[in-house]
Design a protein around this ligand. Structure first.
Ligand SMILES: Nc1ncnc2c1ncn2[C@@H]1O[C@H](COP(=O)(O)OP(=O)(O)OP(=O)(O)O)[C@@H](O)[C@H]1O
Length: 170
């Protein structure tokens, strides 16, 4: 697949906000994009390491990308948020968008994904969120992932309550 950078997607203007809202996630930028008039399989990824330098990642060279979500997430998920939960609800094979973006996200780069509706962007960024939640310290008790909606329900209990994290994916 040829990798072509969407000309209208440039490096994010990191002048705003002045400080990252979530410092632990302050990372160089990455832009993944696909033209909306292409097919689901048509995705290009560009990562900009600073506002001045742009690195293009040719997805054709990513031949060793794991073929299952479980393999893709291996080593990145807390045990309480195992990819087995995702498999239980039928998320076994990653979509093309997930296959291309998750390695970039897990590598620590910010990522803007521009791809067709229904291509699996939401699960990609939710899996990244799950990967950075610390079940030992977090007060997040549960993250619900309704299968087809766009509602992400972070059920945050009062301090001292049950601290299990990401242990339910509905
Ligand atoms: N790996 C997967 N395997 C099976 N089904 C999946 C997978 N990833 C996502 N889905 C399902 O595909 C549908 C579309 O996914 P999702 O909502 O994540 O797409 P999206 O790109 O975020 O769409 P939109 O642009 O409309 O927000 C949902 O019903 C979701 O549950």
């Amino acid at each position: 697949m040829a990798c072509s950078f969407a000309p209208h997607l440039h490096s994010l203007p990191w002048s705003s906000p002045a400080k990252p809202l979530w410092p632990s996630l302050a990372r160089p930028n990455c832009t993944a994009s696909s033209s909306s008039n292409r097919t689901l399989d048509s995705l290009s990824i560009s990562a900009s390491l600073s506002s001045a330098s742009v690195v293009h990642i040719d997805v054709e060279t990513m031949n060793d990308t794991p073929s299952t979500l479980r393999e893709l997430c291996k080593g990145h998920m807390p045990t309480t948020c195992s990819s087995g939960k995702a498999e239980e609800v039928g998320f076994i094979t990653p979509t093309h968008v997930q296959r291309e973006t998750l390695p970039v996200l897990f590598s620590g780069r910010d990522c803007v994904v521009h791809a067709q509706t229904g291509s699996g962007k939401t699960l990609a960024y939710l899996l990244l969120i799950f990967s950075v939640v610390n079940p030992q310290n977090s007060s997040v008790r549960r993250v619900d992932l309704p299968e087809t909606t766009h509602i992400y329900n972070f059920d945050i209990p009062k301090k001292g309550h049950n601290r299990r994290t990401c242990n339910q994916i509905k």
